[in-house]
Unconditional design. Structure first.
Length: 316
């Protein structure tokens, strides 16, 4: 008989309701499809009564932070204004549970809470893109990545929103197999499930354009030249700065290099074409600026863990 996995969610005031739903619903659907109690879940809040999300809705909870049930995973789920809600009961609970060996993860801005306690030092972590700049400045010891989630560290982290669903589907696949995770995604009408290495994609104008015009123009140049990629030196010359300045901008605002960012952009475009179109792998390779299908396949597998042909097979 399959053992039931128990996930507990510590809801911090102003938590993201979208991330909350994307965390719990895949578990519920996995139970529904399998016909088994594969998962159960508990909600926790500071007062043990309820927690208010950033959209104003109130979620009733099972227990308080002082009474965490025996569970397989404990996730901290926060949202906006997380700094105001890192309270003594919350930190005391997390310290106590870590001492007891509890597997602790974080969703949306929850990584900030764990970083405050030093739990993410020396580890990769994901957080919503809106907090990237301030997070890197405050927690330089953490290896912040732009991935949608991180599942290969002691503390699992997801960047929030639908990335939380990606993490849960990943865990369902890890614990109960690929077929069930695909069936859950299908039930959710979620056709573009992302691997952990997928980068967060956000509005260029909202994230970078208003803050640094050179960076915005550089990324726009990249986007316009996916099929025939430009070198960093050419991009820098076209926007009127040095290659070294371009490198500094990408390091400061995106924690990466122009070359790596460009490759991620091209691979993400390729993945969308593989998932959403019937175009051949060869056609997609050339459309995304790869000199040969063999090179494309090697780079794609290094990034996503599967070849382009396997990607099409998974989603076909």
């Amino acid at each position: 008989m399959t053992q039931t996995q128990h996930y507990a969610f510590a809801l911090v005031e102003d938590f993201s309701h979208l991330a909350f739903s994307c965390a719990v619903e895949p578990l519920r659907i996995a139970n529904l499809i399998s016909g088994k109690a594969l998962y159960r879940w508990s909600f926790l809040s500071e007062d043990g009564q309820g927690a208010t999300s950033s959209n104003g809705s109130v979620t009733l909870v099972h227990q308080g932070f002082s009474d965490v049930p025996d569970c397989d995973r404990l996730f901290v789920l926060s949202g906006i204004n997380m700094n105001r809600h890192i309270t003594r009961p919350l930190t005391a609970m997390l310290r106590r549970e870590k001492t007891h060996g509890r597997a602790i993860g974080a969703l949306c801005s929850g990584a900030w809470v764990l970083a405050e306690l030093g739990y993410l030092d020396g580890m990769k972590a994901a957080i919503h893109w809106e907090y990237h700049d301030s997070f890197m400045e405050k927690f330089p010891e953490v290896n912040l990545v732009r991935n949608v989630f991180v599942a290969d560290e002691t503390h699992l982290t997801a960047s929030g929103g639908t990335a939380t669903a990606d993490l849960m589907l990943h865990l369902i696949e890890r614990e109960h197999g690929y077929d069930l995770s695909v069936a859950v995604a299908d039930q959710m009408v979620y056709s573009a499930v992302r691997e952990a290495t997928a980068a967060q994609r956000v509005s260029l104008q909202s994230r970078n354009g208003m803050r640094n015009s050179h960076l915005a123009r550089a990324i726009e140049k990249m986007r316009e030249a996916i099929e025939t990629p430009l070198s960093p030196s050419v991009i820098a010359a076209e926007i009127g700065i040095s290659t070294r300045q371009l490198e500094r901008l990408f390091g400061k605002y995106l924690n990466t290099s122009p070359k790596k960012y460009y490759m991620e952009m091209r691979l993400e475009r390729a993945r969308h074409l593989l998932v959403q179109t019937e175009r051949s792998v060869i056609d997609i390779a050339f459309a995304c600026g790869f000199e040969s299908p063999g090179h494309f396949s090697r780079v794609y597998k290094a990034a996503f863990g599967i070849t382009p042909m396997q990607q099409k097979g998974r989603l076909g």
